[in-house]
Design a protein around this ligand. Structure first.
Ligand code: FES
Length: 163
């Protein structure tokens, strides 16, 4: 019996091979490769990390150390929208923890979790360099600043209204 080939996955690995080929001889490109790999697969499961480890001849512990260190990377499937709550110092002193609580309450989520409908993943981030707008959150590439907890429901609603 013929084993069905997952074309999607084959294509994803072909794209990853092209990225690795492009950067493998340049030092300091591991984060770029991991970022591109995450764009291809949506997240960085262990099998993708170990594939990159073999292709680049870098220990899996090093790859996983980088993936775990940067909040940019996820080892679990993430929602369509990733909400990043900045917990850097400037945001923290301006009430980031209240913003975080408001989002948790609005979505019924804890940090690192994804809503059951696959729409939102909640993350805590380090300073994103927008301290003048503290407290700040990001939703994918959108940045929201000078927030108060009461702003959260209407911001979330922008993303859910076309569901
Ligand atoms: S501390 Fe939040 S943007 Fe800098």
């Amino acid at each position: 019996m013929e084993i069905p080939i997952d074309n999607t996955e084959t294509n994803q690995y072909k794209k990853l091979d092209a990225i690795i080929q492009k950067y493998k001889d340049t030092n300091g490109m591991l984060i770029t490769i991991l970022k591109d790999a995450q764009d291809i697969f949506g997240y960085l499961p262990m099998k993708v990390q170990s594939y990159i480890s073999q292709k680049l001849d870098i220990p899996i512990s090093t790859i996983n150390g980088v993936v775990s260190f940067y909040s940019l990377f996820s080892e679990e499937p993430t929602g369509k929208y990733t909400i990043g709550v900045c917990l850097g110092t400037a945001c923290y002193v301006k009430g980031a923890s209240d913003i975080m609580e408001a989002i948790k309450e609005e979505l019924g989520l804890d940090v690192g979790e994804t809503t059951s409908n696959g729409m939102f993943t909640l993350k805590a981030t380090r300073c994103i360099g927008a301290c003048g707008l503290a407290p700040v959150i990001t939703i994918n590439d959108d940045v929201y600043g000078r927030l108060s907890p009461s702003d959260i429901p209407s911001i979330i609603h922008k993303y859910t209204k076309n569901m």
